[in-house]
Design a protein around this ligand. Structure first.
Ligand code: PEP
Length: 254
């Protein structure tokens, strides 16, 4: 049975003290709510990772992650952070391929494939984001765009490595805009992603893959989105910065 995951993406928000205090609040609120086959993941800026890893250590099913890594092992890459460094502070996850990194930092499918390899080599579970822009949705090309992102970024992996990957469908037009894909629109793409995985790795692997929805998810729309058969949770931006809202989203699976 595949995992349900609610993952927060804090992006470039919160000073050190603010982040540690929000994480403590989240841990206290969710620790009795994360039940069964569910995980909560908080992806913070690098500055918080080491401290929040300690706070999460004793709470089952609450994990932390980074929002990016560099693809190289180590070396003269001023300002960058490697997969092994992220792993060494106790993170289990890393977001890769977020549309903000694709758009503002020129991250291509080929580069993301290298980052994915680096993450897996060091035992980090990637939350790999895919999704179409507004123009791609309106022109009806979105299935092709998503298939290409999977083929060029992810499908070089063998089946064992692929089993550690969580996918996140994040329509770019819905991220931070207040516009959400309708449950039917999101389900249609999630089913397409699962079918595309089945063609590559077989139906059993596809069935075991966790596929999250991201894009202006909040306490009011999370339950109808997560009720869709191929939506296994969410990657939550804005609403993950408010502990009450995040808790409400986590509780959808109870
Ligand atoms: C995100 O950044 O991954 C995201 C989904 O943001 P928001 O929930 O704010 O749209």
């Amino acid at each position: 049975m595949r995992k349900n995951i609610v993952a927060g993406n804090w992006k470039m928000n919160l000073g050190y003290e603010e982040g540690v205090s929000l994480f403590s609040e989240i841990v206290n609120m969710v620790k009795d709510e994360v039940i069964g086959n569910q995980e909560v993941v908080v992806c913070s800026p690098f500055i918080h990772l080491s401290s929040i890893a300690k706070l999460s250590a004793s709470v089952p099913n609450v994990h932390i992650g980074a929002q990016n890594i560099h693809q190289a092992e180590s070396g003269a890459y001023t300002g960058e952070v490697s997969a092994s460094q992220v792993k060494s502070v106790g993170a289990q996850y890393v977001i890769l391929g977020h549309s903000e990194r694709r758009a503002y930092f020129g991250e291509t499918d080929a580069l993301l494939a290298e980052k994915l390899n680096a993450a897996l080599k060091h035992g980090l579970k990637p939350i790999f984001c895919i999704g179409e822009t507004k123009e791609e949705r309106e022109s009806g090309r979105f299935f092709d765009v998503i298939k290409t992102q999977l083929e060029a970024g992810v499908f070089h992996l063998g089946q064992d490595d692929f089993a550690s990957v969580v996918l996140a469908y994040e329509p770019v037009w819905a991220i931070g805009t207040g516009l959400t894909a309708s449950p039917e629109e999101a389900q249609e793409v999630h089913a397409f992603i699962r079918e595309t995985i089945a063609q590559q790795y077989g139906a059993e692997v596809a069935d075991a893959t966790t596929i999250l929805y991201g894009g202006s998810a909040n306490p009011s729309n999370a339950s109808t989105l997560f009720a869709q058969k191929d939506i296994d949770g969410g990657l939550i931006g804005g609403a993950s910065l408010k502990s009450r809202d995040f808790l409400e989203i986590v509780k959808v699976f109870n």
